[in-house]
Design a binder for this molecule. Structure first.
Ligand SMILES: Cc1cc2nc3c(=O)[nH]c(=O)nc-3n(C[C@H](O)[C@H](O)[C@H](O)COP(=O)(O)OP(=O)(O)OC[C@H]3O[C@@H](n4cnc5c(N)ncnc54)[C@H](O)[C@@H]3O)c2cc1C
Length: 345
């Protein structure tokens, strides 16, 4: 276990913003987890769980509490179920699966972050998401102090959601996740951009490892590498609509996309059509390759990012009548946030 003090959150999040965290505890065993929560409780400090910080935005005032990080790593396999410790890089789990000819997560290649965070927002890309292969997670329940197993049903997965980022935020510490993959191949037709890649590059081999290579190449073309270019990936969620809403949407000239996961409007398209792609506001660039992505070029504060976000939301709303929703989570003290909301009526 490692305990550090006054750690800049800009070093723990891929957007590279945020003031100091009072304590960061990296846990390496179940008893470390209990120690970390007791450490916070005895000092009356709030806790926040962090992984790779690829979907987390930190505020300028930092966090007067204890950040707990899962440092347990490793992948095991038993009867076709793969178990990854929460501190393992997510992409190492995908690589393991593809190497062993398993299908189910190859389209989730190169998503930054750690395995423990993967179910939190039900990570997804190119037509796959983790909920489809998820079996269970071993967790620590910080509300009761118990270690337990949570099933797929307990997570209540939907698009970019689970109980972990909705009703039970920051309550369960994911120790490990278990996935049931199958041998075989992904069914064609694949997601549009993969089909386009296959056509452009005359691809004929569709093993999980080859699909992984294609997805990796597509992502490298348009998504920033968090190791060199600060971002939080897609900053806004796509907009899912019902069959009844499609007529009104197409009347406005907005393209809709039908897929296994429902009918959606591509929020990046709305941002592009609003003329914002490639522009820089307050040191934050709206990516010209993937307009959903905001890149921190020179912003030094969260308020620069928030002003840019609000400007984009308002511009898109004024043009199309749709309000974009932020995807990354903000690192705040949940208890304090509720108190603030109550005091503001
Ligand atoms: C360039 C880029 C591309 C991306 N592309 C995609 C994409 O294609 N699809 C996609 O879905 N996402 C994408 N993301 C978002 C991000 O990679 C995922 O959300 C990822 O799962 C975040 O992992 P993390 O470890 O960095 O999580 P963090 O940002 O550290 O944490 C995210 C949330 O999970 C919680 N959490 C973290 N670890 C645990 C744990 N052990 N137990 C309980 N809660 C925990 C945190 O409290 C927080 O609420 C992208 C991000 C970037 C920067």
């Amino acid at each position: 276990m490692k305990i550090s003090e006054n750690v800049p959150l800009s070093t723990l999040t891929t957007m590279r913003l945020g003031g100091p965290a009072r304590y960061v505890i990296e846990v390496e065993s179940n008893s470390d987890i209990e120690y970390a929560y007791n450490f916070a409780k005895s000092r009356a400090l709030p806790t926040f769980i962090i992984g790779g910080g690829a979907n987390t935005l930190a505020h300028d005032e930092g966090f007067n509490g204890v950040i707990i990080k899962n440092a347990m790593q490793g992948i095991t396999e038993e009867e076709g179920v793969i178990t990854a410790m929460g501190g393992t890089e997510w992409d190492a789990v995908v690589e393991y699966a593809c190497k062993h000819e398993y299908t189910g997560i190859e389209a989730l290649s190169k998503i930054p972050g750690l395995a423990g965070a993967a179910p939190v927002q039900n990570i997804g890309a190119y037509g796959q998401d983790i909920s489809k292969v998820f079996v269970s997670a071993s967790v620590y329940d910080s509300a009761t102090g118990e270690f337990k197993t949570m099933s797929k049903d307990d997570f209540k997965f939907s698009y970019r959601k689970s109980v972990m980022n909705t009703t039970e935020k920051n309550r369960y510490f994911v120790i490990s996740i278990s996935l049931k993959l199958t041998t075989g191949r992904m069914e064609r037709p694949f997601y549009n951009s993969i089909e386009k890649y296959i056509f452009d590059h005359n691809e004929t081999v569709f093993t999980p490892m080859n699909v992984r290579k294609m997805v990796s190449a597509i992502r490298a073309e348009k998504l920033p590498d968090p190791k060199t270019t600060p971002s939080a990936g897609s900053f806004f969620k796509n907009i899912y609509i019902t069959e009844e809403e499609t007529f009104a949407v197409t009347q406005k000239g907005i393209p809709i996309h039908r897929g296994n996961d429902g009918i959606k409007i591509n929020s990046g398209w709305l941002i592009e059509q609003a003329g914002l792609a490639g522009q820089v506001y307050n040191g934050i660039r709206v990516s010209d390759k993937a307009a959903l992505v905001l890149i921190n070029e020179s912003a030094k504060s969260f308020s620069d990012l928030a002003a840019t976000r609000d400007f984009i939301i308002t511009t898109v709303f004024n043009k199309f009548g749709y309000r974009l929703e932020q995807e990354p989570i903000e690192l705040v003290d949940q208890g304090q946030k509720i108190a603030d909301l109550l005091s503001n009526g």
